[in-house]
Design a protein. Structure first.
Length: 50
């Protein structure tokens, strides 16, 4: 069994900020894809970003 060193409060806060930011990015991407999908139903083609 490998033991991991205990993280201090600053390390935990940085990790939690990264996790929250990643969740926001996923939600933003999902919403953009949903909007593009709805626009396609109306015949408007919007290219996805590179």
């Amino acid at each position: 069994m490998r033991y991991v060193p205990i993280k201090n409060a600053e390390q935990q806060s940085v990790l939690s900020l990264h996790r929250v930011r990643q969740t926001f990015v996923k939600a933003r991407t999902a919403q953009a894809n949903q909007i593009r999908g709805l626009l396609v139903e109306y015949g408007l083609l919007v290219p996805s970003p590179p």
